[in-house]
Design a protein around this ligand. Structure first.
Ligand SMILES: [Zn+2]
Length: 368
């Protein structure tokens, strides 16, 4: 038998919140025991203590990105200009960009938003990653076109659902954002996902411009709609984006909201009441001048928070650890935020929880 070692790190995370364990006993192959370093040293006085680095625990998850924007240069500026910028990138989105970006994501478990069918096929058939690939749908369409789009979406999702493999990537659905879909298309897609048992990600309450569009019909997003000739009267005026989603019946336990920055306590209370969750992408929010979400409110109302990078179009890297470092600079304790990027993230992507226990191989651990 190999020599016994006691492994510890600056951050130790078993996947479940609230544990005070900070070390494990191993023979170099298998986890033999888990506990506090103090207790394990007492129980195994001959085991050699080894500090493994910054982190030892369950694998981190990048809960939200758009790999098919992988060829983009990183943008910094106002939200309406960012939308124009992303529209201008349409021709370069696709499989090559996604595969290129995948090579730059250190995490192998990802929540990816895909806007091209070949990217979903690639996720389900070829990548060695896992997580959820969310098929993105948006449109401000007349009713007959909406019905066509819903039928096409259903047939695509049924095909992709049949391609899922155990332990491999799962299929999800992303109705893009409250402002980019009519109420009827949003609710049709949410009902479709509900019928099929699929997880959802919806961008919501990201920028002040989105808030002003919904509440007052003013601001840069409203001006963008007007300048592009997009309909500005499809959505009820006066509700916040979160209150609007609740009002049309689009929130629920399968729904993870992405961003959730421009919210007040009533919005957070609504998200909590429906059992919906939050993916936060703080560096992307900073790049687009949105500020940071009120994390304390989300915690107060027991909303499950996880972290994503968003795409390379609005974040300087696709490594979710850089979100931890960014939040640490803003005063957030990494011992807490690492639980958002690990244990909480599995719940937000509707994946089975991941933990480790004695008898598991050490290959199950992430160490850095
Ligand atoms: Zn996004």
């Amino acid at each position: 038998m190999n020599e016994l070692e006691l492994w510890t790190a600056d951050l130790f995370h078993e996947g479940s919140p609230g544990s005070s364990n900070d070390a494990l006993l191993t023979n170099g192959t298998i986890i033999l025991d888990i506990g506090s370093l103090h207790d394990l040293q007492h129980s195994y006085p001959n085991a050699k203590p080894i500090w493994k680095g910054a982190y030892l625990g369950v694998p981190l998850v990048n809960s939200h990105t758009h790999l098919d924007l992988g060829y983009a240069k990183t943008f910094r500026g106002p939200f309406d200009e960012f939308i124009r910028y992303v529209i201008s990138l349409s021709g370069q989105r696709g499989l090559d960009a996604a595969a290129s970006a995948f090579g730059k994501v250190p995490q192998s478990i990802v929540g990816d938003i895909a806007s091209r069918p070949e990217v979903v096929d690639w996720w389900l058939l070829e990548t060695r990653g896992s997580g959820v690939v969310y098929w993105e749908v948006l449109g401000l369409l007349p009713p007959e076109k909406e019905n066509e789009l819903l039928q096409l979406t259903r047939s695509r999702l049924e095909r992709w659902k049949s391609m899922e493999k155990s332990g491999g990537p799962q299929i999800g659905l992303s109705p893009h954002a409250p402002y980019s879909l009519s109420p009827s298309l949003m609710i049709g897609l949410v009902e479709l996902a509900h019928d099929m048992g699929l997880p959802l990600q919806i961008h919501a309450a990201e920028s002040p411009a989105e808030h002003d569009f919904f509440v007052r019909r003013t601001g840069p997003l409203y001006d963008l709609f007007k300048s592009q000739g997009w309909p500005v009267d499809m959505h009820p005026k006066g509700l916040s984006p979160v209150a609007y989603l609740a009002d049309i019946g689009a929130l629920g336990e399968q729904v993870t909201l992405v961003h959730g920055v421009q919210v007040n306590e009533e919005d957070v209370r609504i998200i909590s009441q429906f059992g919906s969750r939050l993916v936060s992408c703080p560096r992307s929010n900073e790049h687009l001048g949105a500020g940071l979400p009120p994390y304390d409110l989300y915690k107060k109302h027991n909303v499950n928070i996880s972290l994503g990078t968003d795409s390379i179009a609005s974040a300087p890297s696709l490594d979710v650890r850089d979100e931890l470092k960014f939040l640490a600079k803003h005063g957030y304790d990494m011992a807490e935020t690492v639980t958002w990027a690990a244990g909480n993230a599995y719940h937000n992507l509707s994946l089975p929880p991941v933990t480790f226990s004695p008898g598991d191989p050490i290959s199950k651990l992430e160490i850095w």
